[in-house]
Structures are given as C-alpha cells and as structure tokens.
Design a protein around this ligand. Sequence first.
Ligand SMILES: [Zn+2]
Length: 283
Amino acid sequence: MRLIFKEFDIGEGENQMGMSYRATQDSVGFVRMIRRFINGLGNRCQCCICGRSFLRFSKYRGGWQAVSSYLRELKWTGSDFDNFWCPFCRSHDRERHLMLYFKALGMWEHFAGAAVLHIAPEKHISRAIESCSPASYVRGDLIPSREQVRKLDVMNLIEKSESYDFVICNHVLEHVPDDSKALSEIFRVLKKGGSAVLQTPYAAALHSTRENDPSVTTEAERLKFYGQEDHVRLYGIDLFERIRNAGFILHLHEHSKLLAGVDCARAGVNAAEPLFLAIKPER
Ligand SMILES: [Zn+2]
C-alpha cells in the first residue's frame, strides 16, 4: 500500500498509517503555528491522552466541509475531521476514541501479559500498550517508519497461527488491495477467543462496497469517492458481513452506549464511529 501524502495542507504530525510528515511551506507553517496557539487557549475541550484542556482541536484537511458531498450524503463514518488533532500532543481522534473505548471495556488490564500485534501502530496507543507490560508486543507496517516497527504485510503475515491474544488494525483495511486476505490472516494469527480491533471508515447509507470501479482511477477521484487518495475502496454496510465471513463474531459497540458519559465535542471523537471488536470463536 503506497501512501500518498505530498504537499497537502495538513500541517505536521502523523498520517493515519503512522508515517510522519512536515508541511513544506514556511508561510503555511507560520499560519498553522498561530492557529495552533489560539486553539491551545481556553478549556472547552480536553484531550484524553495528554490531559490538556484547550479551546478546540484542529481540523483535518479543512474539516467536514472539505469532504465531498458524495461521501457526506452516504453518511461516511470514521474520523471526526472537524475535531482531529490535539494542539498539544498531536494525537488524532481515532487514537483518542480507541483509548476511551479500551478504557470502557477494561482492555488495558487485558493487555498485561498478553501477546499483541499492532498493525500500522499509532504512536500514543503504542506507548500506552507498552506501559501495560504485554508478554509480547509486535508492531508492523508495510513501510516501517520507526525503529521498533517491523516490515509486515497484513495480507501475508509471517507470524505463526494462533499466536496473538489481540490484533489492532486501526484504519488499515481501506488501504489494503485484498481485504479478505488481510482479514483471514488476522483471523489465522489470533488465538481462539482472541480479539481484533478493526476500525475502518464506512458509508452507513451505502449497501455494497464500492471498489474496483474503472471510473475511479485518479487521486482526485479516489479522494472524492473513497475519501482519501490512498484508499482503494469505499466500504458500505456489507463491511460487517465481510468481517463475519472471515470467521469472526463481530461486536459493534456504539459510542452512545459504551461511552454514554463522554461529551464527544469536548473529547474530540466521532460519536458515530462504533468500536469494531471482532472475536475469534473458541471453537
Ligand atoms: Zn493531547
């Protein structure tokens, strides 16, 4: 999966595959620095990762307003583009949401002594898992960007079968050419009773996944119809069936139930994004 991040107005930080980038124009950097300073004032919002309070989270690439009308009409669900970056620790909404979901389910305690595979690992979640003292913690990416991350293709894992208690695969499947192969590989390496976290953006009003569309070939078309230049499909609600077809029991934990006490605007997370927790059956 080749990642396409060039000179977009995206500032400085990490993209969703954990790769770092830097804004290339000084003027853009200066404006962003001022904006980040202003966002850091006040206490209307609070980041669950660094604990800092501030005025607002930064938008991702212009926020929801910049998302195509096609995707908005199809109720595209994933990140909260209006409340994305923390101005202090630069965590993004997907990391914060997982942190909150994991806490609500008591998963942090379960990571202690467990074997964990983290695909395209996010910086803050990585540190948090490490601090839980897992028995083993393997971080992998197709294009490793940090020393601790090994090269790993989710469609062809070199790991032994039934060797992990947890696999975390956060916003990866939408980039993967053969997602059924990736899901079967994740299923294979999980121990019986193990859990996979499979967060993936999808269009809630789209019945069947749009992919292999000959009319969607350019970066601009993929951005418009798939949501990002390096996405290979737009999942519809058949995404859930794809996960079940790989053998998993899928639990979709809704924010409104599991995190009922969390004010989304204050925490900078998307209330519409459920937790995808896929369990490998015991038998
Ligand atoms: Zn923060």
